[in-house]
Design a protein around this ligand. Structure first.
Ligand code: ADP
Ligand code: MG
Length: 354
């Protein structure tokens, strides 16, 4: 994570000394354009001018991130937050089997934040945009009475016949997942533990050695646009797809409900990384519980027709973890031996009391 190292020694320029236009200028100067065919005019006028590639349809999605609800400034560095704010939006476009092309960023910010802090946030956003070839084409900037709000809108495109919905799964389709699960939740548990210890004794330095993978999974998730490309190369079109933001159980229930199916998930096939298991052990949490209910892994969950089995069976980035059944059979996790466990959505709920 070299590009995320704390450079230290940054100054503090108050936003009121800069004004709205000064701030926008500083944050948006020298933004590169990765998609000149599609991004005809980016930041700098009253609106951006975009062109959807020939024969493609346009996809749009938006996510809102609020300080104290979606992120905690005590352990979320601003550069990571910027990266994540973009990444989670790109993930939504990937989940439609499409390619993200542009983002718009709205921020509402209190005077608690300095220019340097916002430049860190934007450095993270730029890094993610550059890595995934996405153009930052506009936004809006305003003040807030408390804290930071970030709203990101993402635009993408795909050939209409490649777009995948949540609703296309059929009985007997294979349920697949990319990467591994539960890591982001393990990272969150470690960060929360450090926060408690820091509040009790601010002189204690965090002990994060051996856990860099799970911390990255929490602080700097990667959208799986590579899986979209891989599926195209394999000539596989998923019958349904969703990204895993709220935990595997909740996303399976979404696919099942939208597709009018049920699902059998094989417990032993759920991919969890060894470091994730080690971190979860500290908190006495079973790996499958973190995978099912943890959330924020931003992997892709999708179904494929059985006829595509041969094409994906040896692809290391994709695991078959279950199959779809008729709706009347319900949604269950099936252990190797023992009774079937009904799947319930205990993932992240935006309206839970906290
Ligand atoms: P207007 O008053 O017409 O809304 P603004 O002064 O808010 O225009 O914005 C000027 C330009 O800067 C526009 O192109 C807008 O999209 C862009 N912009 C404003 N705020 C942001 C931001 N936070 N991030 C990226 N671009 C921004
Ligand atoms: Mg504006």
């Amino acid at each position: 994570m070299e590009e995320f190292e704390d450079k230290g020694g940054v100054g503090r320029t108050e936003l009121e000394n800069l004004g709205e236009f000064g701030l926008i200028d500083r944050l948006t100067q020298d933004l590169p354009i990765h998609n000149p065919q599609s991004t005809l005019k980016a930041v700098g006028d009253d609106a951006a001018v975009l062109k959807v590639p020939e024969g493609h349809v346009q996809l749009v999605s938006k996510d809102l991130l609020i300080e104290g609800i979606h992120f905690d400034m005590t352990y979320c560095p601003l550069k990571h937050l910027g990266y994540k704010a973009i990444a989670v939006n790109l993930s939504d476009i990937a989940a439609m089997n499409a390619k993200p092309l542009q983002v718009l960023v709205g921020i509402a910010v209190s005077n608690r934040y300095s220019l340097e802090a916002l430049e860190e946030l934007y450095a993270g956003m730029r890094l993610c945009c550059d890595r995934y070839g996405v153009d930052l084409v506009g936004g809006d900037t305003t003040s807030s009475v408390s804290g930071l709000c970030i709203s990101v809108t993402v635009l993408g495109s795909a050939l209409p016949e490649r777009v995948c919905y949540r609703s296309g799964a059929k009985e007997n389709d294979l349920l697949c997942v990319s990467g591994d699960l539960g890591g982001a939740y393990a990272g969150l548990l470690l960060l929360e533990r450090e926060k408690r210890e820091f509040l009790a004794n601010p002189n204690v330095q965090p002990d994060f050695k051996d856990f860099s993978y799970v911390l990255e999974r929490q602080l700097k998730p990667e959208p799986r646009t590579d899986i979209v490309d891989l599926l195209a190369r394999l000539d596989v079109k998923p019958t349904s797809m969703i990204d895993i933001s709220d935990g595997l159980a909740s996303e399976i229930l979404h696919l099942s409900k939208e597709s009018s199916c049920g699902c059998m998930l094989y417990q032993s096939k759920i991919p969890v990384d060894a470091e994730t298991c080690k971190a979860l052990e500290i908190f006495n949490i079973l790996p499958e519980v973190a995978a099912l209910s943890g959330g924020e892994d931003y992997e892709l969950l999708f179904t494929i027709s059985q006829k595509d089995y041969e094409k994906i069976k040896d692809v290391p980035e994709i695991r078959i973890i279950g199959h779809m059944v008729e709706a009347a059979q319900g949604n269950y996790m099936v252990p190797e031996n023992g009774t079937m466990i009904p799947l319930t959505a205990q993932g992240w709920q935006a309206f839970n009391k906290r």
